[in-house]
Design a protein around this ligand. Sequence first.
Ligand code: TRP
Length: 439
Amino acid sequence: MQSSKSSRDNFSGKLGIIAATAGSAIGLGNIWRFPYILGENGGGAFLLIYLLFVLIIGVPVMISEFLIGRKAQLNVFGAFRKLAPGQHWYLIGVMGVGAAFLILAFYSVVAGWTLHYVYLSLTNAMSGHTPSEIMAVFEQVQNTKLLSIAWTLLFMGGTAYIVRSGIEKGIERYAKVLMPALLLIIIALNIRSVTLDGASEGLAFLFNPDFSKITSDVVLEALGQAFFSLSIGMGVIVTYGSYIKKDESLGGTALSVSLADTIIALLAGVAIFPAAFAFGMEPDQGPGLVFVTLPNIFNQMTGGYVFGLLFFVLLSIAALTSSISLLEVVVAYFTEELKLRRKQATWIAAGIIAILGIFCALNDSVFGAFDYVSSNILLPLGGLLVVIFVCWIMEKTAPRGEIEADGKKARYYGWFVFIIKFLAPIAIALVFLHGLGWL
Ligand code: TRP
């Protein structure tokens, strides 16, 4: 189990860690899922709750996961077993690996749609279409099952191809260049979107909270979205933490990544809602939102062909850097615990996920159930157990020791403890039980 320690791969340095972790966090969750979940849950009020959850739950859970991973130097299953020997906390790891399968299955389907939109943009297939024709294009993509499946498999194959090559040469190298490019494109889209006629209605929807829309379900969705978007609650961050060298700051990394992730989600909202309202589309139409609003903007934009193409290419890449992190959780587990070779582990995991992905492509309810169960149940539950583990189960001095391993005193440590001991677990538990109707 620990014999692999010295041969373990590592991130090369600060930039690599932030790029890879932000690459994991920033993905379809920000650009596809955030806007449509927000649209279905009433807009501005959802946004406020979401931001609050990122700050008081997301950041502390991310720091907790990092420190567990770096302390243990192992995959998510091995980490909990090593830090609490003889106890059953490794079940968090089992749950995490299970969640990775579910998330990656539906994620690859959406990523597959994104690839198809690269193709549609390349062939200029939507130029000159009316908003309702653009909507029909999306429905057709969803309903042509074979097409969906083919793109899903292609995407899974690409993910496996990169994960196979390891941390520094695979994951890190791609993330460093691609994430900044995505940011630039989204900013260009924002400028076009907010200057459309009728944009203000969309901005009002996004930024004016209507508190009458808040129900326990909305709050649970906001919590699930925060976990999903930050990639926390299932061991991605534990696994990545195990590749971080001791002299790097965990708190600083968690803050930078969460901030970057939130900014991209907000920018996605500002790109999408003004356009949705300007083109007379419903904000609560669900998973198709990004695929039907943005092509309208591209049609109205000088250079829309180039922007549209670039956007979907970069979105595919953002999806890729996220799916890589999900697959890495399973691969790290397979190689370190089941002693498979990295290549073998990668293809076996990818094969199983591809099969689950086919079910998601074929059936909307399977797709919806995988998404709901993982985001709104498994991730919050994982996060809850992680913070409990750090405050009550780990050796008393270990968390602080790990956070301060970079040689700097953590001035925020008192706050961190207060949050993970009381605020975060109580908040997660309440939202969770209430949202599921158990409280
Ligand atoms: N956070 C990614 C996104 O926003 C998706 C993702 C990657 C993820 N790794 C994860 C979600 C781990 C939950 C858990 O697209």
